[in-house]
Ligand binder design. Sequence first.
Ligand SMILES: Nc1ncnc2c1ncn2[C@@H]1O[C@H](COP(=O)(O)OP(=O)(O)OP(=O)(O)O)[C@@H](O)[C@H]1O
Ligand SMILES: CC(C)(CO)[C@@H](O)C(=O)NCCC(=O)O
Length: 408
Amino acid sequence: MEANLGEKELKECEDEVSHLALDIGGTLIKIVYFSSNSSCSNDDQKNSLLKDRIDAPGGSLNYKVLTGRLHFVKFETRKINECIKFISSKRLHHYGDQDDGAPASDKNIIKATGGGAFKFADLFKEKLCIILDKVDEMSSLVAGANFLLKAVHREAFTYMDGQKEYVQIDHKDLYPYLLVNVGSGVSMIKVDGDNKFERVSGTSVGGGTFWGLGKLLTKCKSFDELLELSHQGNNRVIDMLVGDIYGGMDYTKIGLTSTTIASSFGKAVSDNKELEDYRAEDVARSLLRMISNNIGQIAYLNALRFGLKRIFFGGFFIRGHEYTMDTISVGVHFWSKGEAKALFLRHEGFLGALGAFMSYEKNGFTDVTREVTEQRSSKAKNSGAFESSTRDDVKDNGCIECRVQVRN
Ligand SMILES: Nc1ncnc2c1ncn2[C@@H]1O[C@H](COP(=O)(O)OP(=O)(O)OP(=O)(O)O)[C@@H](O)[C@H]1O
Ligand SMILES: CC(C)(CO)[C@@H](O)C(=O)NCCC(=O)O
């Protein structure tokens, strides 16, 4: 049953925050929280509009459905204190306050995944009196990806030659697939079903490598600046191409055109130039291509190893960046001779946080039933320093309107 809220009612109701989950990675902290539109002053209205009770399939359990929003926010892990201030100022850590039945001792237990759930457990306890309930990182990534692919409309898309094409996922034909999460490092996971997966490979040459090397080589101050720079660069200035080696000719016998990169950064060997003699734009471009190509190639090899046709790329390295996606797609297409497909996800950076969020099930948080609409969060745009992303879409900070099913 659906709660049928008009725009007016939605505006009149203030958001009531609940259910916070964290993914504390090597570079970024990702936060997902749910806010229900359930603090209307009139209780009757609240009950009739927002909490349609439904019976569980078995008949005995009673559920209520809350209408609200899933919010997505990120912080740099090195600025963890900003994240703690944000949680504190929004009182997100009191997620259980309105949860009638929960014992007091359960109220400040927050689901958290990623290495930082271990590393920063004491800090969260000290500053926010939160106990981090650790959820395995790989199972969170898989749960997050499966949820997005099944529940969120227009989540997965291909990107080739500047064309973005949404892919309708048939739930019965989702598995198996390869999930490649490009965070600071890269994990490659063969997914065979709900909570059925195996981490089959990984590489330390990932997003951290791009951002770390890029910072050293270009003096960029932010990841966005580095990406922007790469947009304007030309990798052929530094990369050694097949044509550079073969006197401008293709090496047709082994299928290499003259414009194929033979050696990333290879021209720097014979150029007799210092770093300062290269344009930062060109360095950034070569670096992005080198990392993206390498990830695309290892991903393809693993897909080949297990006969997987679909490769979903997640993690904050992707950032919906066209050139990154294009490079990965072209690589996968080229090496697989068109057999395998690279697919991208709109909420790519939040897989782990979403997976941790979904794990509230055991505490009575049952399901995010469906997305209603997706929109940019006006709050995210207006709330100042905490959400200061330069990009404007839901991947960075934003929200999905949805319904969640909560066990009474
Ligand atoms: N604003 C940003 N600041 C820093 N890095 C960013 C930013 N946006 C995107 N990135 C890229 O995203 C990567 C981090 O991605 P993600 O948050 O998925 O991984 P993580 O969880 O921090 O790492 P890991 O899972 O390996 O612990 C960075 O290494 C960088 O390449
Ligand atoms: C160590 C993790 C899982 C932490 O998120 C990630 O950074 C990663 O998968 N790194 C690659 C490590 C490797 O397989 O070589």
